[in-house]
Design a protein. Sequence first.
Length: 465
Amino acid sequence: MKKLKKVLAIAATLIMMMALCIPAMAAEINISNAVEKQTYTAYKIFDVTTADLDNGEKGYAYTLDAGESVIYRIVSGVTGVTLTPSADGSVYNVSIENEAAAKELAKALNEQKDKLTATKSVKASDSTVIIDGLEPGYYFVDSSLGAVCALVTADSAFTVLEKNEIPKIEKEKVDPKPSVSVGDTVEYKITVTAGGDADTDYVVRDTMSEGLTLKEDSISIKVNGADVASGNYTIKETPDEGDTFTIVFPKSYTSTLAKDTEIVITYSATVNDKAVTGEVNNQAALEFGDSSSVKKVTTYTYRFDLKKVNKDGDVLEGAEFDLYDAKTGGNQIQLVAQKDENGMVLYYRPATAEEKSAAGFVSAKLKAGTATIKGLAAGTYYLEETTAPDGYNKLDQRVEVKIVENDGVSTLVEDEAVEILNQSGSILPSTGGIGTTIFYVIGGILVAGAAVAWIVRKRMSGYED
């Protein structure tokens, strides 16, 4: 009998040891419709134990460790949530009156979640996130986007639906023309569409290429056609590094925006003297939570080369031109000669508004030989010769130059430099000149002189006889 008792004791001990080696059933929370790159975090609020009831249902008991804690301070202030001390005072038994009280608890936890200790965080790589390896409990689930804010009981597996969307950004030019000239003003529009239930700042970063200059007083921010109150956003006096301007919409404002609410930001920029050829870019980025979205608008400037030649194709120096926007009349395009440090002309470009308004400004003449004109929008232009090369006739009408759109490539219709031909003529006939008359006069004088000499000799000869 004693041996049997000893064997049973050993067996019981082994069973207990085996039981200790079996891990407790882990719980998990599944996030469906997750937003890629967002971080989903579970915070354990209460412990939970379960039991199978006689009626076939499952019973749940929620507890919070007794004593002062961050969770206790948050939970005890929520109406509809009751904390009852256990008989031994080691825990509080927790009850939540209804779904409305649960929502108030979720709101309170969300407002102070920076004080909570995260149990586990997972970053979404696609539309499904699994937060696994959790102890059974009552969890507050949140994302860096701030769109979940759910309370769930995780005793095996529980699925939470991400019901909201990420905010969106769109960027466009108000005037859709694909090209511009130096000195033009370009208007832009950014539209931020709220995702709903935001719990994060929206940060709008605008970056312009060096060929654009922001008109700082042109920034306007509206929702539904009405100005957004200045207290609901901040335009940083010193933009973040790389930004032309930075606008921050705090979560205290974004959390009030219904899903699909559009924040419309409009502003303008001038095309400056650095936008002489190629792309002029304006990029807008929206940052929210752990993610960002970028949109870019590209505008182009063009160039053409001018070559002054004779009928043999030889380059002629000394010609001068003005540039116009019409075949006759029209507006002269005011130009500036861009020079190197030695005063040599590199190219010509349209003058900016500031240059044109400066005292004593005079439009530069296009001087050819060869010349390059940069910083023009696509379109049709006209060259008027004001000075012809020495020995050549000045053109009697303007010469058309057509620049066509070609995905930003500086291209003329023939894809070649504009060649302008000057003709030289033969010497013109003249009237009223001295011509050969002088030779006849001199010859007549010589003949008359010879005759006089002969007569004189004859007479002197007669006297001698």
